[in-house]
Design a protein around this ligand. Structure first.
Ligand SMILES: Nc1ncnc2c1ncn2[C@@H]1O[C@H](COP(=O)(O)OP(=O)(O)OP(=O)(O)O)[C@@H](O)[C@H]1O
Length: 257
């Protein structure tokens, strides 16, 4: 029932240059084990794509390949029309890892202002971005005095302030309360509406409803690329969580038969 994603490519344009991401036959090995097994996918610009799957399925590895920090065994990764990791992409692609990358001895404001200055953004834009991640009340606090969730949001603000064309976010909502989580998803929707492409990983399916399209992974394989509505429709389920499980079982049955 569910063919591999590359049998049903998403129509986002006429060639790799039109897509935010164009990945073909990507194979990555980590620690002697295949972490990505022949992935092919395309992601259109100005979209929010959820990268979902259980821990260890290869989400971070795929993100690393997209931002150009992962050695790949074979295949191609084209980002905004250029080879992943190429120099012109540095200011056009933002990557927020699971471990916050901020200067602990600087305040929230100085961290975000520093990244703003690197990308030619103003102090006012830094202040606005701090507001967008819900940290206005903590502007003058040192990063080292913040909670894990707050620190993650500083890291996110440092990436957001650069206004990259492609924003790759590895589990950005982990440790956030439901209100803040909802606000961040609203912010992501605003960014996508303004033309930014977002690739957002999560291992919880309830995030999937915020995404225009889903990449569902398991054991280094891309099980499917489809919209949340298509996932529900194809599995005849009412919850995305159950739908993903149903898809995994259907795929396992296909492999056995
Ligand atoms: N530094 C490493 N050296 C060797 N193998 C690694 C390394 N990092 C990850 N792996 C392996 O690569 C595979 C994919 O890992 P990856 O971190 O991409 O998964 P993930 O889906 O992002 O997991 P999580 O949701 O837990 O972050 C796993 O089998 C993992 O054990």
């Amino acid at each position: 029932m569910f063919g591999p994603a590359h049998q049903r490519p998403v129509e986002t344009g006429t060639g790799p240059a039109d897509a935010a991401l164009d990945i073909r036959d990507l194979v990555v090995r980590r620690g002697g084990k295949l972490a990505l097994r022949d992935l092919t996918l395309r992601v259109g610009r100005g979209t929010i794509t959820g990268l979902l799957g259980p821990s260890g399925c290869g989400k971070t590895t795929l993100m690393r390949a997209i931002v150009g920090t992962q050695v790949v065994e074979s295949g191609t990764v084209t980002v905004l029309g250029l080879p992943a990791g190429s120099r012109p992409l540095r200011s056009r692609v933002g990557y927020v890892t699971q471990s916050p990358t901020v200067y602990l001895d600087l305040s929230v404001r100085d961290n975000v202002r520093y990244f703003a200055s690197l990308y030619g953004r103003s102090a006012r834009e830094a202040t606005e971005t701090i507001g967008a991640v819900g940290l206005t009340e903590h502007t003058t606090r040192l990063a080292r005095d913040l909670s894990g969730g707050e620190l993650g949001r500083v890291s996110l603000a440092c990436a957001l302030v650069a206004e990259p064309e492609l924003l790759v976010l590895d589990e950005p909502t982990v440790g956030l309360d439901p209100v803040l989580r909802a606000e961040l998803w609203e912010r992501f929707a605003d960014l996508a509406a303004a033309g930014t492409t977002l690739l957002v990983s999560s291992h919880v399916m309830d995030e999937a409803e915020h995404c225009g399209e889903l990449l569902l992974m398991r054991d280094g394989l891309l099980l499917a690329q489809l919209t949340p509505a298509q996932l529900l429709e194809q599995t005849h389920e009412t919850s995305l969580e159950h739908a993903f499980l149903s898809l995994i079982r259907a795929r396992a049955a296909e492999v056995r038969s």
